[in-house]
Design a protein around this ligand. Structure first.
Ligand code: 3PG
Ligand code: MG
Length: 402
């Protein structure tokens, strides 16, 4: 995989695919971590005199054609403004993705300038499964530039035109974020120091069973909390009340538990839960043992014995990967479990990796400095698929077969 220093970028138009898919509250950015993580590559390219035309997606625009999508948004306007603030100079935003205004903007750039194209998912073909449809929009994007740099780590698992097809049309390299993310994930997959403990949370086991299956060969201990843990508890025959549940996954989850036992991998599940009367920030709540949960309550967090158990199971770790909050941390009354996990991981002397937008947002919202962890990945799905051992389409296109 080539790096940006292998490209002669001075005075040339570089199409930079970044992942600027930030969480928004209306048009207000609630976590600008992905924009900040993109700055090293943008800065390095601009400092070397490249004309940096940045391409990114935001959210999942709906609508059958370009006009419907661009009318419905979201526009990258707030991202262009924040990027401009961070760079200390305005970042102009094209009114379209790969149309006349994008061409005009590309032609107006001087050496070292930085600009942004509109939300690439306004082009319906960007995410198409039809190779010919993606090729058409990829061709238009490529015609704007002389070189391509892929730095959108969080989107590398998507076989999308701007991620997968454009790099095949232009001389290309991987940006610094992609290089550093891949370096860290390799350390997790190749020769992790032991004990290697993985903490998985988030809503659904169905999203994570494949990674769990792969991790049973690699990790020494798997801590499972949050929304997905209720399906594991149900698979052991426990009542989970009105908690999140994927009933159709109970059989698969039971299979994973049996597999783990066979392979000697310890699976740590919650032993007590915080059961609330409703999914609201101020809902009445009590702590219940995991084997005596009431049918009319919904678990929104891990109980105190579980918090202590998870912390104890992290205490001797030398390598940790964490994906997914273990409670509804957005509600302060139900953030204790996620806070306990973050605190325990921040005390680990070894490689600690936090992966995924939700977990990254959680640690920042709970006021942990980024420096409390070795690495906060900008990619959730991308880092999980890497750990699953899948080939990421965007990485393959950059010339890395993992
Ligand atoms: C993400 O936020 O997961 C990445 O930016 C990819 O976005 P997507 O999940 O909408 O494809
Ligand atoms: Mg995603």
């Amino acid at each position: 995989m080539k790096s940006i220093t292998d490209l002669d970028v001075g005075g040339r138009l570089v199409l930079l695919r970044a992942d600027l898919n930030v969480p928004l509250d209306g048009t207000v950015i609630t976590d600008d971590g992905r924009i900040k993580a993109s700055l090293p590559t943008i800065g390095a390219l601009a400092a070397r005199g490249a004309r940096v035309l940045t391409c990114a997606h935001l959210g999942r625009p709906s609508g059958g054609d370009y006009p419907a999508r661009s009318a419905g948004g979201p526009s990258l306007r707030p991202v262009a403004e924040r990027l401009g603030e961070l760079l200390g100079r305005p970042v102009p935003l094209a009114a379209d993705v790969a149309g006349p205004d994008a061409a005009r903007l590309a032609g107006s750039l001087g050496d070292g300038d930085v600009a942004l194209l509109e939300n690439v998912r306004f082009e319906p073909a960007e995410t198409s499964k039809d190779d010919a449809r993606r090729a058409e929009v990829a061709g238009r994007l490529a015609s704007l530039a002389a070189l391509y740099v892929g730095d959108g780590f969080g989107a590398l698992h998507r076989k999308h035109a701007s991620v997968y097809d454009v790099p095949r049309l232009l001389p290309h390299a991987a940006g610094e974020l992609v290089q550093s993310e891949v370096d860290v994930l390799r350390r997790l997959t190749e020769n992790p120091e032991r004990p290697y403990v993985v903490v998985l949370g988030g809503a659904k086991p169905s999203d994570k069973l494949a990674v769990i299956d792969n991790l049973l060969d690699k990790a020494d201990r798997l801590i499972i909390g949050g929304g997905m843990s209720y399906t594991f508890l149900a698979a052991q025959g426990y009542e989970v009340g009105r908690s999140l549940l994927e009933p159709d996954q109970i059989g698969n989850v039971a299979g994973v538990l049996a597999d783990a036992a066979r392979r000697g991998v310890e699976i740590v599940l919650p032993v007590d839960l915080v059961g609330a009367t409703a999914f609201t920030p101020d809902a009445a709540h009590d702590v219940y043992p995991a084997d005596a949960f009431p049918a009319d309550r919904e678990s929104l967090d891990m109980g105190p014995r579980t918090r202590a158990l998870f912390a104890a199971k992290l205490a001797d770790a030398k390598t940790v990967f964490w994906n997914g909050p273990v409670g509804v941390f957005e509600f302060p009354a139900f953030a204790a479990g996620t806070r306990a996990v973050a605190k325990a991981i921040s005390g680990v002397a070894g490689l600690t990796v936090v992966g995924g937008g939700d977990s990254a947002a959680a640690v920042r919202q709970l006021d942990f400095p980024d420096s409390a962890f070795s690495h906060i990945s900008t990619g959730g799905g991308a880092s999980l698929e890497f750990l699953e051992g899948k080939t990421l389409p965007g990485l393959a296109a950059l010339g890395d077969d993992q």
